[in-house]
Design a protein. Structure first.
Length: 207
């Protein structure tokens, strides 16, 4: 997010970096300025105009309404608000006009990363002809599972290189030199949560 703000020369008079107490005190450079990460708290959003959230669904469900109540417009990158009919689900290249609906709850949601790529392609096609069926395959990196998955991938490659059996803890199977046809847990219908995100979120754009 910070890199995007820099690359786009996003205009702001002040910038605050918020995170859990575990990351508080860490220093990051933005536009040549060194900023200190602050611990997220009840008063963190006072006098904030725009709050960019990317800390997971549980954090967003707890803190996004508080940020909105304090007067900030929240743009949330988690899955917490994507299927809330009162919250606009926006891909700027597809439905920028829906951003105005943020006034309902003070929150704007963005879709799953795979959904974004797909809807940018499918939306203009729907203006030419109705879609009957879409078959999608996604190949996603271990970084989506978090730092522990990245560490496991690195450790497994090291073990393979050294002739040792790779250990698996984060994933149920070896991930190095492998693909696992499952992202997140399986739902009762036999599809994973990741697969259902793509189905459900796309329905908000294409129906």
């Amino acid at each position: 997010m910070l890199r995007c703000l820099e690359e786009r020369n996003f205009p702001y008079s002040s910038l605050r970096l918020l995170a859990s107490s575990r990351s508080a005190g860490k220093q990051l450079k933005v536009k040549g300025q060194t900023l200190t990460v602050e611990a997220l708290g009840p008063d963190s959003f006072r006098n904030i105009d725009l709050a960019l959230f990317s800390a997971g669904g549980a954090v967003s469900r707890e803190w996004a309404p508080l940020a909105a109540a304090a007067g900030a417009v929240v743009v949330d990158n988690s899955s917490a608000w994507r299927m809330d009919s009162q919250v606009p689900l926006v891909v700027p290249e597809v439905n920028p006009e829906d951003i105005g609906q943020y006034k309902n709850k003070g929150i704007i949601a963005n879709p799953n990363c795979s959904t974004i790529q797909m809807v940018v392609v499918l939306k203009p096609l729907t203006s030419l002809a109705p879609l009957k069926r879409v078959v999608v395959s996604t190949y996603q990196s271990v970084s989506g599972t978090g730092q522990k998955a990245i560490d496991e991938l690195r450790d497994q490659f090291k073990a393979i290189h050294e002739g040792r059996p790779p250990a698996s803890a984060v994933y149920p199977y070896q991930i190095a030199l492998n693909l696992i046809p499952q992202i997140d847990v399986f739902e009762e219908n036999g599809y994973t949560k990741e697969e259902m995100k793509m189905i459900n979120e796309n329905s908000r754009f294409l129906l």
